[in-house]
Design a binder for this molecule. Structure first.
Ligand code: KG4
Ligand code: ZN
Length: 367
């Protein structure tokens, strides 16, 4: 089956077309064409994602991103649709009668995320579905982050533990199978990516802060530069699987207030050490308690090299644990993960069984 996915939950407008095959026991995916437009540069001056700007940009970019993904998937030809040809609306494009009948299903992110941004994707997907006469299936963005490891076409052995680390989430999930998940821990305040972004801002670094802090921390490790004190690792010894990053963020704030000549490299390193140690300790604890066969890590923060290294090291302690981290281009928001999660949703519920009314849900829970 050919699935078209649409993602607009935050500051990436993305469309992807994949071929999906098999049942739960023999899933197989192949990307035919994928396109992402990132708004990072525009949000940079606000130091974070500005929702109304995100909405405006999604509305502007959805059609060109869609057309680009069709082009990449060879579903439209350059002769009928030259790159120079621009369309002002989806209707205008579809009136040219592109041959899109191969598409079987449209998957769209309905949450979690910024609701005004989510609605742009939903409205677009519904219009496309109606015009092409194809079903539209609602998809959970966090399921997408977990499901992105399926693109490797390796079989996942359950139970699995999922660690989700993004700009909006920090969660540990017990995955009994693709249709049965239970959240076992989450952040009590800031998400880990949010903490990276806020601390980066304190250090005068641009948005998104994760990659910036990571660069400085790496340089500090190479040059053996260390902070003279330790920042706290909040909740690291708590009995549950929850996290907290706001106390750590405040500790950095006070440190920087008291020490105007602080060494940024050393601060970045110590902050990153504290975050990664906390994430690894809690993940380790979840593995010890639930004895999963697989660990899946998803979300933008897994682009962090130091986290990847430390997650990989868990293999020394648990040699039989299969550790699955998505490919680098699938770590930050994209629509390929939405098509994969959409296929799982289709296997679970089919389409058209119920009269689904698509609705954006900013704090949609994982299911
Ligand atoms: O999953 P994602 O693309 O969007 C959300 O759904 O939130 O994650 C974005 C987050 C941002 O907070 C960004 O700073 C963080 O991922 N991030 C990183 C790195 N690359 C992106 N955090 C730490 N280290 C990185 N290398
Ligand atoms: Zn995300």
């Amino acid at each position: 089956m050919i699935i078209l996915g649409i993602e607009t939950s935050c500051d990436e407008t993305a469309v992807s077309i994949i071929e999906a095959k098999g049942g739960l026991e023999d899933l197989h995916f192949k990307v035919l064409g994928s396109s992402v437009n990132s708004q990072i540069e525009l949000h940079r001056e606000y130091g974070g994602v500005f929702p109304t700007l995100a909405k405006r940009e999604h509305i502007k970019n959805l059609l060109p991103v869609l057309i680009e993904s069709f082009r990449k998937a060879n579903l439209i030809s350059d002769s009928q649709f030259p790159i120079s040809k621009k369309f002002s609306s989806l209707e205008e494009f579809l009136n040219e009668k592109p041959q899109l009948d191969v598409i079987d299903l449209i998957a769209v992110t309905v949450g979690p995320g910024l609701e005004p941004a989510l609605w742009t994707g939903i409205n677009f997907a519904e219009e496309l579905g109606e015009r092409l006469n194809k079903p539209v299936i609602p998809t959970n963005h966090m399921n997408g982050h977990l499901a992105s490891v399926l693109l490797s076409n390796k079989k996942i052995v359950f139970p699995a533990i999922g660690l989700l680390v993004s700009g909006g989430h920090t969660e540990l999930i017990l995955i009994k199978n693709w249709f049965e998940k239970e959240k076992i821990g989450e952040t009590q305040d800031d998400a880990v990516g949010e903490a990276f972004d806020k601390v980066a801002r304190m250090l005068g670094l641009p948005y998104p802060g994760g990659p910036e802090i990571s660069k400085l921390a790496e340089e500090a490790r190479e040059k053996n530069i260390k902070l003279e004190k330790e920042f706290p690792r909040p909740m690291i010894h708590s009995k549950d699987f929850n996290f907290s990053f706001s106390g750590l963020k405040t500790a950095v704030l006070y440190y920087l207030k008291n020490k105007t000549d602080a060494n940024k490299l050393a601060v970045a390193r110590e902050f990153e050490d504290a975050v990664i140690e906390t994430l690894i300790t809690k993940t380790n604890k979840a593995i010890a308690q639930y004895s999963p066969k697989t660990l899946i890590v998803g979300g933008g923060v897994i682009a962090n090299k130091f986290l990847r290294e430390n997650i990989t090291k868990l293999k020394d302690k648990y040699p039989n644990l299969e550790i699955m981290i998505p490919e680098k281009n699938l770590t930050t928001d994209n629509a390929t993960m939405i098509t994969i999660a959409g296929y799982l949703e289709y296997l679970k519920s089919g389409v058209g069984k119920e009269n689904r009314k698509l609705k954006a849900c900013g704090n949609l829970k994982i299911n």
